[in-house]
Design a binder for this molecule. Sequence first.
Ligand SMILES: [Zn+2]
Length: 59
Amino acid sequence: MLVEIQVQCPHCGEVITTMADTSQGDYTTIEDCEVCCAPMNIEVICEPDRVEEVRVTLA
Ligand SMILES: [Zn+2]
């Protein structure tokens, strides 16, 4: 179950829209910022089909 989320890049400050897969519960992933291409660590706190919190830190 994919849910659209917005994350703010900790490197350049841009807000990026990406998809979170909520089917497996909480997870952490690393994605590259679309704007500055730097990696960011995205922690998704979720239940199936519902995102409760998104935390972004430097990867
Ligand atoms: Zn960036």
